[in-house]
Design a protein around this ligand. Sequence first.
Ligand SMILES: Cc1cc2nc3c(=O)[nH]c(=O)nc-3n(C[C@H](O)[C@H](O)[C@H](O)COP(=O)(O)OP(=O)(O)OC[C@H]3O[C@@H](n4cnc5c(N)ncnc54)[C@H](O)[C@@H]3O)c2cc1C
Length: 399
Amino acid sequence: MPHPSQTPLEIAIAGAGPVGMTLALGLAMDGHNVTVHEELDGLSTESRASTFHPSTLEELAAYGVVEDLEREGLRVPDYQYRDRREGLIARLDFSLIRGLTKFPYRIQVEQSYLTRVILGKLAAHPNATVRFGSKVTAARTVGARAEYTVVRAGAARTETADYVVAADGASSAVRKSLGIGFEGMTYPERYIVASTTFEFREVMPDISWVNYISDPDEWLLMLRTPHYWRIMFPLGPDEDDDRASSSAEIQRRLHGVHALDGDFPVLHTTVYRVHQRVADTYAAGRIALAGDAAHINNPLGGLGMNSGLFDAFALRAAFAEAAAGADGVALLAKYAEQQRDISVEYVGAQTDRNWKQLRESDPQRRRAQAMRMRDIVADPEAHRRFLLRSSMLERRLAA
Ligand SMILES: Cc1cc2nc3c(=O)[nH]c(=O)nc-3n(C[C@H](O)[C@H](O)[C@H](O)COP(=O)(O)OP(=O)(O)OC[C@H]3O[C@@H](n4cnc5c(N)ncnc54)[C@H](O)[C@@H]3O)c2cc1C
């Protein structure tokens, strides 16, 4: 609830993805009046991010959703770097950061589960509204208010709020309407992800629930959610999407991971293009960008959704200060600077390093990489530092 000296703010959020919904819950808990506009007729059920890092769990605990994630999700106490030909390189063991976090593990569960849980919790907050079939096409600052255009049932209308947050994903209409650039690059490879209920640990008993597997020809990410394995493969620039997604091709790739007698039961496949892009700024007056609307990166390291959730945590704190009388526009400018730095210096750099490491083709550099990882896990202090950094805990503990 807001402190009696605080004035509840009116905040409109574009997008009911994990970032928009988490922010909405935080703001509703703080007593603000919040409206989420989602262009789809319901929450997205797409299979996308599924990793919740220890740092994210630490923050989400204050939102009352971690119990739900624990109940539905899979606890991952360690993860591995492997070589496709030689096997295990290094096992990163979260038990080394016990004592530094209440959550010395990752939780694997689909991001669509988090948004569903939050939608249920928002129902208990009369100051929160989620409008489906409601597309925000533009936003601007007009005097001491933010104005935005929303299209519902084919009709466009103008609405106002104290602030607007664009959490409307990578193609953000709000970001475009503000003329904010989204510079960066597109990776030459696309990724193909196949989900299967086949239990790989029965035939590869030494793997963890999350495995980054390097190979100069075809690296892999093998990651388990509560109900199935997701295997990610790179697709070369000349490979055709339709052919790569055909059942025969998916089976061929999966048989390359394990030579199963018969077909793998495949639940879904997705081909997607991967980018590394950061918005020129994350704030313009009374409008803030958050999550994929502000930054996108390759998914190797599970930092996309997690770093977006950190935008939501930072915005919640900024709006709490604004409600207590601080200058909201200045707070959004500060938010923009801090979160943008994290995207560039940490998230972008780290995920790009992960990508290069997995596909490295030079034998000498591959050997050096493997030796570096082995040295790290052999030294408890270096091992601990690596875990803190890769799970975004380092900054949180330093703050
Ligand atoms: C295939 C795939 C796999 C991924 N895997 C991982 C992973 O393993 N780990 C990881 O950390 N990240 C991963 N990511 C990235 C992760 O999914 C995103 O970082 C995360 O979804 C960002 O959340 P968001 O809320 O900012 O945006 P989104 O999840 O994109 O949500 C945006 C929402 O806004 C809605 N919307 C769009 N435009 C408008 C509009 N104009 N008005 C109103 N509503 C609008 C959309 O319908 C959507 O519901 C993956 C992404 C993809 C595509």
